[in-house]
Design a protein around this ligand. Structure first.
Ligand SMILES: [Cu+2]
Length: 183
């Protein structure tokens, strides 16, 4: 029966096309990007020397972030800075402009700190991104800072980044990202 054979063939081609499309899709995806399912969820981001892995591009309001530090050397943080709607520059551009991002440091939504090889504690907010909009995600810890000294300074700091000795902030070395919070 020719029609039946043709139908089987057509189905086979469709399945093959779907497989190829899936393969092309996953190949094009950034390795550090995950696609968020609808609704708030918990997202575990991994901190590396020097970058974030597993940072989603888009999440629902109320999504809670945690940070796992995969470095045995550096202490890392995840600072989520909401950007106003009239700020249209990409985060990459803000990172490159020292005053660009600093202008928004006062409105931080949450800060997670993770010592070497440990999970995070929230030192500002709860880890949740509740307000819809675009966020700059950065780690501003100075390169080579002593983890114990940084934790002590963070505990003592009142509403501002702790001041400890070290090199340039990690975001200068690529430890930054951009997340959109939207329904
Ligand atoms: Cu860092």
């Amino acid at each position: 029966m020719t029609p039946n054979i043709n139908r089987k063939f057509a189905l086979g081609v469709a399945a093959l096309a779907a497989t190829v499309a899936l393969a092309a899709c996953s190949a094009a995806e950034e390795p550090t990007t995950t696609t968020a399912a609808p609704g708030p969820q918990t997202v575990e981001v991994t901190a590396l020397d020097y970058g974030f892995s597993g940072l989603p591009e888009r999440v629902a309001p109320g999504t809670v972030f945690t940070l796992l530090n995969d470095s045995g050397v550096e202490i890392h943080e995840l600072v989520a800075i909401p950007l106003p709607a009239d700020e249209t520059r990409p985060v990459a551009e803000l990172i490159a402009d020292p005053e660009g991002l600093a202008a928004y440091f006062g409105s931080v939504e949450t800060v997670l700190i993770a010592p070497p090889n440990e999970g995070s504690v929230a030192v500002e907010g709860t880890g949740a991104l509740n307000t819809p909009g675009r966020y700059a995600i950065i780690c501003a810890i100075p390169t080579g800072a002593d983890p114990a000294e940084y934790l002590a300074a963070a505990a003592a700091a009142e509403g501002g980044p702790p001041q400890v000795a070290g090199g340039p902030p990690h975001f200068v070395k690529g430890m930054w990202g951009e997340v959109v919070v939207a329904e």
